[in-house]
Each structure stands twice: as C-alpha cells, then as structure tokens.
Design a protein around this ligand. Structure first.
Ligand code: NAD
Length: 356
C-alpha cells in the first residue's frame, strides 16, 4: 500500500483534488490517503496555513498530492507553498509543458520540461524596504566596499545564488533528462549581467554537464529563450533555471502547451516529493463545477511514475490524452465556444477512458 498525504487546498482545490483522487483510485494502484490541511482554510482552522501535522505527515510518507493554496491577504502569514518547500527541503520544481493532440494551442509541437530551483534567488525573501534601517546599513556597507550604493529611496530585494543549490537542481535536471529519454538540457540565465549570481548558476551547470557526456548541453540568455520559445517551441527540451526565470518560463510553457488547466507539476527534495498543478486557486471558479481537473490529474500521473508505477502512469496520461483528443468532455477553458462539461464529468470521462 502506498501511503500518500493529501492536501485539498483552497478555491478550486477540493474539486480538482477530488477528481484526481477518483481517477487515481481507479488506476488500480493501491493508494492510502492521509488528508491534511494547508492554506487559507488551514489558517482559519488551525491558526497557521501550514500545521505541523501536515509537515509531519509528508515527512513520514515522503509523497504528497497537493491542491493549490491561498495565502490570506494582509494576514501576515507566509505562503504555505514557500514554507513547505523550505521545511521539507523540496529544492527543485519540475513542470512538464507537453501539448496533447487536440489541446487549445497554436503551438502543438510544444514538448518541453521546465526544471527550476525552488530555493534562493529573488524569492529568498530577503527584502530591504526603502528608507529602512537595513537599507541604510546595506548602502553604507556598499559604499565601504567601494561599490556605488543605490539611492535612499530604493527598496532592495537581495538575490542569493549558491553553487550548492544550483548543483542539486541541475543534477535533478540531468537525472530527469536521462530517465525521460530527453535529448538536451539548456541552462537559462542572464549571466552577462548578473555575473555574481547567474554566473555561478551557469558555471555550476557546465560542471554538472561535464559529468553527463551522454546528454547534450547548451545555455541561453533568458530573454533569448523567451523569444525562441514562442518562435520555435518545438526546439526546446529540458530547460533548467533559477527560481524567477523558471517561474516565468513554466507559465509561458503552460500557455504554449494549452493553458494552465492542463499544466502539471511537482517539487522534489532528497527525501520527499510533492505533486501539484502549476495553477492557483482560481477563486472565481470555485464551487461551480467549472475547474479543469486535468492539470491535477496529470500531476497524479507524475506521482504514480515517482512511486515506480510507470505503466499505470502511462495509462493515466493516455486516458487524459484520449479525453482531450475526443474534444467533447472538456471544461470551458478548453472549449470556450462550445457547450463545456463540468469538473466531475471530465473526471468521469478520464476514468471511463482508463478502461478502454
Ligand atoms: P490562478 O492560476 O488561480 O488563475 C489564473 C487564471 O487561470 C484564472 O483566469 C483562472 O480562472 C484560470 N485557471 C487556473 N486554474 C484553472 C483550472 N484548473 N481550470 C480552469 N481555469 C483555471 O492564478 P491567480 O489568479 O494568480 O492566483 C489565485 C490564487 O492562487 C492566489 O491566492 C495565489 O497566491 C494562489 N496560487 C497558488 C498556487 C499554489 O498553491 N501552487 C500557485 C499559483 C497561485
């Protein structure tokens, strides 16, 4: 029996997680769900968006399926996602962007994977507000070091990037490329401008690439990468990047592949893995049977693969592909001009396709 922590999350979370559980339970793989809270609902219930029991459950089971979570605005709480990634050391995010035949995209050749650092970079949370004592100290330290300090009215978001953190993510990217039989890993950066940080990322990526002569390696400036992705999406394969660029590239990749409603994802550490879609809580769709469950279901297929159930994972992906190719039982984000189906009907269609 595979014991999995299950987090429904907020907004459309409970609906898409419910759909994914229904499909995963129908996959034939024995799964035991341990339901735990995280997000805004957890904050209301437990006084924190990430209760210790939730973290302990994942740490013990090592695998979680998670719906999107919201951070209550103005609450002073830190995002459950950021805290979860830190506490469980989920250092790398993997976001496949693969257009299925029939998906609503003008770029049907899209077949790439964005792999990004989850720690450090501009998301490290090292924020120095303009006019603060900290800002004064940083400006003084920079002046002492002979660097030109920013103006007193400038806020600072500090970008740390270490070789150790970059190495874990780039190694994950090469391991993923090998296991998924992909041809090439491309490091995405702006080392021409940020030598002290992106330069470290690029240098580390080159070192790790030298350990893998069997996988092709190249690198691209992030602006050029964005251009090339739209101009020639079919050429991209595995892209590996620091946090911010990875975040932007994965939303771009999701759009190229047919939209957020189809984009799965996962975060990996050495011990644990959390599977969750790229999309958020889509609050305006919540509770209306209007959420596309396919991103969540595809995240479930990634989970099965991680559990060593590659055959079941492929069957599940094939069932999703069949429902998309049929083009009938789909939510309104995929069928804007025709009569859309609801979340539950899409889940039922995927279950039916599993048996074909
Ligand atoms: P969002 O992904 O929730 O929504 C963006 C757009 O995509 C909206 O138009 C929405 O209707 C649509 N959309 C998203 N998922 C969909 C689905 N499954 N089916 C159909 N349409 C879908 O992004 P947002 O509006 O920027 O964020 C809303 C909330 O979600 C915020 O509180 C944010 O912090 C949170 N969020 C959480 C996660 C996470 O937990 N992993 C990720 C992103 C955003």
């Amino acid at each position: 029996m595979n014991r999995i922590t299950l987090i429904e999350g907020d907004g459309i979370g409970p609906e898409v997680v419910g759909a994914a559980v229904q499909v995963l339970d129908a996959s034939g793989v024995p799964l035991e769900w341990d339901r735990r809270d995280a997000g805004a609902r957890a904050a209301a219930r437990h006084g924190t968006p990430l209760p210790e029991e939730t973290i302990a459950s994942i740490a013990e089971r090592r695998v979680a399926l998670k719906g999107p979570t919201a951070t209550p605005a103005g609450s002073g709480f830190r995002s459950a996602n950021l805290t979860l990634r830190e506490r469980l050391d989920l250092h790398t995010g993997v976001r496949p962007c693969v257009a299925l035949p029939g998906a609503p995209t003008r770029f049907p050749e899209t077949d790439l994977v964005v792999i990004r650092m989850n720690h450090e970079d501009l998301y490290a949370g090292i924020e120095v507000p303009a006019g603060s004592k900290g800002s004064e100290q940083v400006r003084a330290a920079l002046a002492n070091a002979g660097a030109r300090p920013p103006g007193a009215d400038a806020g600072l978001s500090i970008k740390p990037l270490s070789a150790a953190a970059a190495r874990r993510t780039v190694r994950t990217a090469f391991a993923f490329a090998l296991s998924a039989h992909r041809r090439r890993v491309t490091a995405v950066h702006k080392a021409t401008v940020m030598r002290a940080t992106d330069g470290v990322f690029l240098e580390t990526a080159r070192e790790v690439a030298a350990e893998h002569p069997d996988v092709r390696f190249d690198d691209r400036l992030v602006d050029t990468m964005c251009h090339d992705l739209v101009a020639r999406p079919g050429e991209a394969d595995v892209l590996v990047a620091p946090v911010l660029y990875g975040d932007l590239l994965s939303d771009l990749g999701a759009a190229l592949a047919g939209g957020l409603g189809l984009a799965p994802g996962a975060s990996f550490g050495e011990e644990c893995a959390v599977f969750e879609p790229v999309h958020g809580t889509a609050p305006r769709r919540a509770g209306q049977d209007r959420a596309n469950p396919l991103a969540m279901i595809r995240s479930g297929a990634m989970l099965l693969d991680h559990l060593g159930e590659a055959m079941a994972a492929r069957r599940l992906e094939a069932a999703v592909a069949a429902v998309v190719a049929e083009g009938v039982t789909l939510t309104d984000d995929m069928r804007p001009h025709a009569r859309p189906a609801g979340t539950e009907a899409v889940a039922a269609a995927v279950v039916a396709a599993l048996d074909r």
